[in-house]
Design a protein around this ligand. Structure first.
Ligand SMILES: Nc1ncnc2c1ncn2[C@@H]1O[C@H](COP(=O)(O)OP(=O)(O)OP(=O)(O)O)[C@@H](O)[C@H]1O
Ligand SMILES: [Mg+2]
Length: 248
């Protein structure tokens, strides 16, 4: 089993929605890589991630994580993957320490181990001095970093991040990307979405471009640039495949 993700003919239409979010998406990502899931607004990135981690159910098709079915084996899947959602998933009135202890206990991590991991990760993400500050007092970059820590507490084999660098400054972004590279060097699979194509080009070995709920192109950033006529970088490749029409 060398694939971390196997998605076949995935379809999803949200009740009452105008567009169909996923229209037969097929996608594979290998184990041990940093992969980018890219696409314009409304392409279906968050829906895909939500199905993989059991938050949303598909209408048709299958989604597998390390060979486990997202509809049947969700408890096993949740042990293996860490999800970092697009929206900050922390209680604003609690401190980072309180949020992380609460989340870690949901994973049934023994308190002593949990506190050691929290201390290590807060330090790694530059938040130690603000550990006891309430989340609503955090800057955007601090919230993003704390949000990532929440996905890491159970030391998942794969980290799935939805726009982890959206709205953060260069310093926070660099810290986040450096961490993702290090975590990947420990053999972990990283899958992330981003609208920052230069960033994806820099850290991903495999990139999938999706649009209107379908896979449009997938390869290494270098190969994608070589294959798309007249394109010099991933941003141009992205526009080549997805066009210039502004989305929702
Ligand atoms: N809960 C929902 N109810 C109805 N429609 C939804 C819901 N969530 C998403 N959609 C629709 O499904 C489609 C795919 O949305 P999704 O959030 O997966 O896109 P995305 O690629 O993550 O976009 P973005 O880059 O803006 O985050 C869009 O047309 C969106 O409007
Ligand atoms: Mg999204």
């Amino acid at each position: 089993m060398s694939n971390a993700i196997e998605i076949d003919q995935l379809r999803k239409h949200y009740p009452g929605a105008e567009n169909t979010a996923l229209q037969g998406l097929n996608l594979r990502f290998k184990k041990g890589i940093i992969a980018g899931l890219l696409g314009p607004n409304g392409a279906g990135k968050t829906t895909t991630i939500s199905i993989l981690c059991g938050l949303v159910h598909q209408d048709q098709g299958t989604a597998r994580v390390f060979g486990l079915d997202s509809r049947q084996d969700i408890i096993e899947i949740k042990k293996k993957i860490g999800i970092v959602p697009q929206q900050i998933a922390l209680y604003p009135q609690l401190s980072a320490q309180e949020n992380l202890e609460y989340i870690g206990r949901l994973y049934r991590i023994p308190l002593r181990v949990l506190r050691m991991r929290i201390a290590f990760l807060l330090e790694r993400f530059g938040l130690t001095a603000n550990a006891h500050k309430r989340i609503h007092q955090y800057s955007g970059g601090m919230k993003r970093r704390a949000n990532i820590i929440a996905g890491l507490l159970h030391e998942p084999e794969m980290l799935v991040l939805d726009e982890p660098t959206a709205g953060v400054d260069v310093q926070s972004r660099t810290m986040i990307l450096d961490f993702l590279k290090l975590y990947n060097e420990e053999g972990k699979t990283i899958i992330y979405t981003s609208h920052l194509l230069e960033e994806a080009e820099r850290i991903c070995s495999d990139v999938a471009i999706i649009d209107e709920g379908r896979l449009i192109a997938q390869d290494s950033p270098g190969n994608l640039v070589r294959q798309a006529e007249g394109c010099n970088n991933l941003e141009e490749v992205f526009l080549y495949y997805t066009g210039r029409t502004v989305r929702e």
